[in-house]
Design a protein around this ligand. Structure first.
Ligand code: CAA
Length: 260
């Protein structure tokens, strides 16, 4: 399927999705959202695809935010009646049970920072810059920035970034726990695809459940989370892949996963 604002490629078991509006620094408009929803649904449905990577085209930006030109003249009532931005979480995050990584090159601002935080983790290039500068437009984050950023880096830095609009470089983002790795700009895609291939080679049900378990930590109490973790562990022990995984360990050979 070909799209207007994104590129989708399959590299073995890894789906690579590239935001492709470099002339607008990959700003996120309604077409981008509609196309991402379609591409992520196809990724989720395709059993042969085991991990996805999202990145931005060009060397300047992952995404410089929601499209300001699309929002500038839109009547306020429409933002509310359409529940503007709701689809990002409801259709991208919640419907994608398989793992995906954000490979952040350059600016990840506003909705761009928020999209990167929707991924399971972020690998950043040395030139990555994260920010929630919406306050300068007299608005505020609308795709999860005030919530996901605060959970990722804590109140002090989240308040600092949302209130001053300052940008956070890659090293600070790694120190603060926003990104999992920082790599040289020319190694970003190699590293991100390598990480994705590693995940893609894991037993798929265990990959989905590990993702689900970590996400539950943000939604519930410790006691409930620990209970859910034990139950999910116990469910995994009933899979054919568990029998194969433990047998393969004992026989000192790689596992052969069936996703059952
Ligand atoms: N929306 C629409 N177009 C954008 C854009 C955005 N968020 N960000 C950049 N562009 C466009 C520019 O208008 C420009 O287009 P033209 O050539 O047609 O003028 C082109 O991309 C290149 O941008 P600049 O000339 O501004 O590039 P620069 O290198 O001088 O500056 C920048 C780069 C600092 C990232 C600057 O573009 C910028 O500040 N962008 C806006 C960042 C921002 O405010 N993001 C938050 C948006 S609101 C939001 O995201 C709400 C939410 O929570 C979801």
């Amino acid at each position: 399927m070909s799209y207007e604002t994104i590129l989708v490629e399959q590299k073995g078991a890894v789906t690579l999705i590239t935001l492709n509006r470099p002339q607008a620094l990959n700003a996120l408009n309604s077409t981008v959202l509609a196309e991402l929803i379609d591409a992520f649904a196809a990724y989720q449905a395709d059993k042969a695809q085991r991990c996805a990577v999202i990145t931005g085209s060009g060397d300047k930006a992952f995404a410089a935010g929601a499209d300001i030109k699309e929002m500038a003249d839109k009547p306020g009532a429409e933002f509310y009646s359409e529940d503007f931005f709701a689809g990002w979480t409801s259709q991208l995050v919640k419907s994608t049970r398989k793992p995906w990584i954000a490979a952040v090159n350059g600016f990840a601002l506003g909705g761009g920072c928020e999209l990167s935080m929707m991924a399971d983790f972020i690998i950043a290039s040395e030139n990555a810059k994260f920010g929630q500068p919406e306050i300068k437009l007299a608005v505020a984050p609308g795709m999860g920035g005030s919530q996901r950023l605060t959970r990722a880096v804590g109140k002090a830095k989240a308040m600092d970034m949302c209130l001053t609009g300052r940008l956070m470089g890659a090293e600070e983002a790694e120190r603060a726990g926003l990104v999992s790795r920082v790599v040289p700009a020319d190694k970003l895609m190699e590293e991100a695809l390598k990480a994705a291939e590693t995940i893609a080679a894991m037993p798929p049900l265990a990959a989905m459940m590990n993702k689900e378990m970590v996400n539950i930590a943000f939604e519930t109490t410790l006691d409930t989370g620990l209970l859910m973790e034990r139950r999910m562990f116990q469910v995994l022990t009933a899979t054919e892949d568990k029998a194969e995984g433990m047998k393969a360990f004992i026989e000192k050979r790689p596992g052969n996963w069936q996703g059952k």
